[in-house]
Write a protein that binds this ligand. Structure first.
Ligand code: C2E
Ligand code: CA
Ligand code: CA
Length: 611
């Protein structure tokens, strides 16, 4: 239904008609109400107004005047009636004839009783009795008490709405915040129903926002966030856009098609719009970032899964090279399930101490050096089987278990190796230490304590640190390493030649040894460039007076080249894979026997110092 109020300008749909705040009604020639909006019903406390006689709803004293106005309106004269009552509160009514045909002549009425702000003043301090000059057009039952209550309710409602809006808004960007997004998600997901698969959630993460803040200042950073906010709000298919963290955004959007390709394409459009160059204060900033997408009704059927999947897709996008859009898929689901199982299993393994140390011999190239062993953790889970260390070390790092894991492995290893070290079969023991653990004050003390408790001399212990790992917090790493060094522990740089190959580590850290990465050793026998890199590392080691280990040597040719080039130690499958303790004992016995026979690659029993 369209109600046409013939001012020549207003055309109201039924929805508008109902939602308008003032009282709207349409009466026929007999004054019978044909339509009334909800404001009219609320004002008069009626459930339904249609069918009632308009004049019956007015106070008796105002009826004569209203009847005349209705008649005049029917003659085509616009009527505006203004009535004052209750100490200045105002009621205004406008009546207009609508419809041209005599038989269908109707009158549309619009009335309001003050505005909340105006009658707020009017009712302030007013008494509950009408003023002497109160005129009469008052709807029945419209007492000052009711006006006051209505006003208070409106004000409370307004405040509630404002508070709600503020609590759901991220003020720097004007977008929704996390709570606001949650509300929108809730609403949309409930509306969409489980089968609807055209709603999708995109999480977006900026790559270098901290760099922009640090380099250009926070005012540029803030303006950048606002600009991104505008870009995210603009697209038509966006249902809700939010900032959910410092530099993390979320977009809930709809697609015309229920097709994963379409979601990815739309998400890509949003993503590329956000990461278009932004000009601020004459600066042209080229941002990059990643996005993860989850589709409701496709990969997620409830809200929590939708959010979790978008997050998992984002993490995957960041892991696989950043600056890309990634849709959640079954492979990710499997990954997540495995990750969860790993985390649970690992917690159990650490608490039940079921992780075991394995030992890989580090064999000296010259006979005046002793054999060393690198301790490598092994985990065999009853459900997951053998889990590769790279995988469980990453999980342990992420869930804060690494320090306990490393200490557990160190304690077990020291206990097992003590007799071998005391007998001189093993000259030194190396442990891998991760950066996350290095930044913990207590870890180093606990590590030193664990070695001491087992009765091993700290002089026989070396820790291996990957060069690239220490740089994120170099100063902290330096302080921790100093503590280790004071205790007599040696330090080796692991996987050298792959990361930064930064001179700073060699200059600023008390490095005793360098382990040349396997990737370089693989090419060393037949690739001139790999050979040159290895030679330059050997040269660096000489300058720093550090010993060298060629890691991951798999062939006799690589062993020969490493030794010929002057590497002090060789480690790799060509000599031995990592071994369980019993196998290490056997290997050492055999090694000693072959040394007696004068075979190559035998180690003597001296300490690791090159001096
Ligand atoms: P990494 O410190 O570089 O250890 C050397 C890795 O190379 C070991 O893998 C070893 O088994 C492997 N490897 C040794 N020789 C050869 C070879 O000739 N060829 C090939 N292809 N591989 C060889 P693993 O045991 O799987 O350990 C992987 C990484 O996990 C280690 O790399 C280390 O960073 C970390 N890790 C292992 N155990 C521990 C631990 O107890 N604590 C910490 N924090 N990290 C550990
Ligand atoms: Ca290592
Ligand atoms: Ca290594």
């Amino acid at each position: 239904m369209v109600v046409c109020v013939k001012t020549g300008r207003i055309q109201l749909s039924e929805q508008h008609f109902k939602s308008i705040n003032s009282e709207l009604f349409v009466v026929d020639r007999q004054g019978k109400i044909l339509f009334a909006n909800s404001a009219f019903c609320t004002r008069l406390g009626l459930h339904r107004a249609a069918g009632r006689r308009f004049l019956d709803l007015l106070e008796r004293s105002g009826r004569m005047r209203a009847r005349r106005s209705l008649e005049d309106a029917l003659k085509g004269e616009d009527q505006i009636e203004e009535y004052t009552f209750f100490n200045g509160a105002v009621s205004v009514m406008k009546l207009i004839r609508i419809g041209s045909d005599e038989t269908t002549d109707l009158v549309a009425g619009l009335s309001f009783v003050s505005s909340p702000a105006v009658h707020a003043k009017a009712v302030e301090g007013a008494q509950d009795t009408p003023s002497p000059d109160a005129a009469a057009l008052v709807y029945k039952g419209l007492s000052l008490e009711r006006l006051r209550l209505e006003h208070r309710l409106r004000r409370a409602q307004l405040k509630h709405k404002e508070a709600l809006k503020a609590s759901n808004t991220d003020h720097p960007t004007g977008l929704k915040n996390r709570a606001g997004l949650d509300r929108d998600l809730q609403k949309e997901v409930v509306q969409a129903g489980a089968e609807c698969a055209n709603l999708f959630l995109v999480y977006i993460d900026l790559d270098d926002f901290k760099f922009i803040n640090d380099t250009y200042g926070h005012h540029v950073g803030d303006r950048l966030l606002r600009a991104i906010g505008r870009r995210l709000r603009a697209p038509g298919n966006v249902v809700s856009a939010a900032r959910v963290g410092g530099d993390e955004f979320a977009v809930l959007a709809r697609s015309e098609e229920k097709d994963p390709e379409a979601f990815t394409e739309l998400a890509r459009q949003v993503w590329s719009r956000v990461f278009d160059a932004i000009r601020i204060d004459g600066l042209s900033l080229n941002l990059t970032g990643s996005a993860g997408v989850s589709a409701f009704g496709a990969d997620a059927f409830d809200l929590e899964t939708l959010k979790r999947n978008a997050d998992a897709a984002l993490i995957e996008a960041k892991r696989s090279g950043k600056n890309q859009v990634r849709l959640f898929d079954a492979a990710l689901e499997q990954k997540r399930a495995r990750r969860k199982a790993l985390e649970q299993g690992l917690r159990h393994a650490v608490s039940k101490e079921t992780l075991e140390p394995f030992y890989q011999p580090i064999v000296p190239g010259k006979s005046d050096l002793g054999i060393g062993v690198e301790v490598l953790a092994r985990w065999q889970d009853e459900h997951l089987g053998d889990v590769p260390p790279d995988e469980f070390i990453r999980v342990a790092t992420d869930c804060g278990l690494l320090s306990d894991l490393d200490l557990l492995v160190a304690r077990k290893a020291c206990r097992e190796l003590k007799p071998l070290v005391e007998s001189g079969q093993v000259s030194f023991v190396t442990f891998n230490v991760s950066p996350m653990v290095l930044s913990r004050d207590d870890h180093v003390d606990r590590f030193i304590e664990a070695v001491r408790c087992c009765g091993l001399s700290l002089e026989n212990i070396c820790i291996e640190i990957t060069e690239s790992d220490i740089f994120p917090d170099f100063e902290q790493a330096k302080a921790t390493i100093a503590t280790l060094k004071r205790a007599g522990i040696k330090l080796a740089l692991d996987d050298y030649g792959t990361g930064y190959s930064n001179l700073r580590a060699l200059l600023d850290l008390p490095v005793d040894g360098i382990k040349i990465d396997r990737s370089l050793m693989t090419g060393v026998a037949n690739d001139e460039r790999a050979m040159r890199v290895v030679r330059s590392i050997i040269h660096l080691a000489r300058v720093c007076n550090a010993w060298l280990v060629a890691e991951g040597v798999e062939t006799a040719a690589q062993v020969a080249v490493a030794q010929a080039m002057g590497c002090h130690y060789v480690q790799g499958y060509a000599l031995s894979k990592p071994l369980a303790f019993a196998d290490l004992e056997t290997w050492l016995v055999r090694q000693a026997e072959s040394q007696k026979k004068g075979e190559p690659s035998q180690g003597s029993k001296q300490a690791i110092s090159l001096a």
